[in-house]
Design a protein around this ligand. Structure first.
Ligand code: ATP
Ligand code: MG
Length: 277
């Protein structure tokens, strides 16, 4: 596995600092018209500097909405979101996102997609080339640099999108079900790779997933959201060794915690189904 070393790795981690602070955030779609839909209701969440935080919850509970708000892609209507750079009012260079639906430019090749992000982030031309190749290799797309998204499988497109986001080395990494389209084997490799990157670069990660096992494998802490309108129902510490490989799946604490979380998520999923009828 590649080891990614970044400037951030030498900066060290301030355990007490909050990288992301979400206070009293609610969000209504169609707020200006009658019959607006409350998607998030009074979210409070403190995510520590260098923490790997997973958001779990039933479909439609507002996970993507919360991630977009933190990313600054949709305006905060009620409450406050701040990072160490100040209140979030727009996208910024400290935050980078992997969208749920990949969002690659279809008219650009894999390499040009990755280069685009680097250019926008202000990297010098020589470094852009070097970084683009390094991250394309890391997501196992070597040889596909000149392919267009339409020539790739869904999983390959997703890996290209991940390379584009990781290459700019943001302090805060927002990931919206990034591994959802991958086959089980690739997914496992990417999970391990992501934890390695996170550990070496000390990034703060907010990672949305439906997959309880994936959340327990990756996270330091897990927030379980309620069915719509989304609220934070439980915040759970994942008290497992930092070094996690395949063997952790057999670990009793891992299995016990996964089952516990699965029960909590299931309660919300059942509530969501009831709400839909
Ligand atoms: N642009 C929009 N306009 C109106 N309603 C929206 C919009 N985007 C999302 N919603 C609604 O807001 C709620 C929350 O959506 P969101 O996409 O944040 O949920 P999610 O938890 O990410 O779901 P999933 O797990 O299916 O990705 C849903 O009921 C959705 O239909
Ligand atoms: Mg979503």
């Amino acid at each position: 596995m590649s080891m990614i070393h970044t400037a951030a790795a030498t900066r060290g981690r301030a355990h007490t600092a909050s990288a992301i602070s979400v206070s009293d955030v609610s969000h209504t779609y169609g707020a200006r018209t009658a019959g607006g839909m409350l998607a998030l209701d009074g979210i409070n969440l403190e995510i520590g500097d260098g923490e790997f935080h997973c958001l779990l919850g039933p479909s439609g509970c507002g996970k993507s909405t919360l991630l977009y708000l933190i990313g600054g892609f949709i305006p905060v209507q009620a409450g406050v979101i701040s990072t160490s750079a100040g209140p979030v009012t727009a996208p910024g260079p400290d935050r980078s996102i992997v969208f749920q639906n990949f969002a690659l430019f279809p008219w650009k090749t894999v390499k040009d997609n990755v280069l685009y992000g680097l250019k926008k982030a202000g990297f010098a031309a020589a470094e852009r080339e070097q970084r683009a190749q390094r991250y394309i290799d890391m997501v196992h797309l070597t040889g596909f640099e000149n392919a267009y998204p339409s020539q790739l499988s869904g999983g390959m497109q997703q890996r290209a999108a991940i390379a584009r986001t990781l290459a700019v080395d943001p302090g805060i990494l927002l990931m919206d079900e990034p591994f959802g389209a991958l086959d089980a084997q690739t997914r496992r490799v990417m999970q391990e790779e992501l934890r390695t990157i996170w550990r070496d670069s000390r990034k703060t990660v907010v990672f949305v997933t439906h997959d309880v096992q994936e959340a327990v494998f990756l996270a330091d802490r897990i927030s379980i959201m309620s069915a719509r309108p989304g609220r934070i129902q439980h915040v759970i510490d994942v008290d497992l060794p930092k070094d996690r490989g395949e063997e952790i799946l057999e670990n009793r604490a891992f299995i016990g915690l996964s089952e516990h979380i699965w029960r909590l998520v299931r309660e919300q999923a059942v509530a969501a189904t009831r709400g839909a009828h």
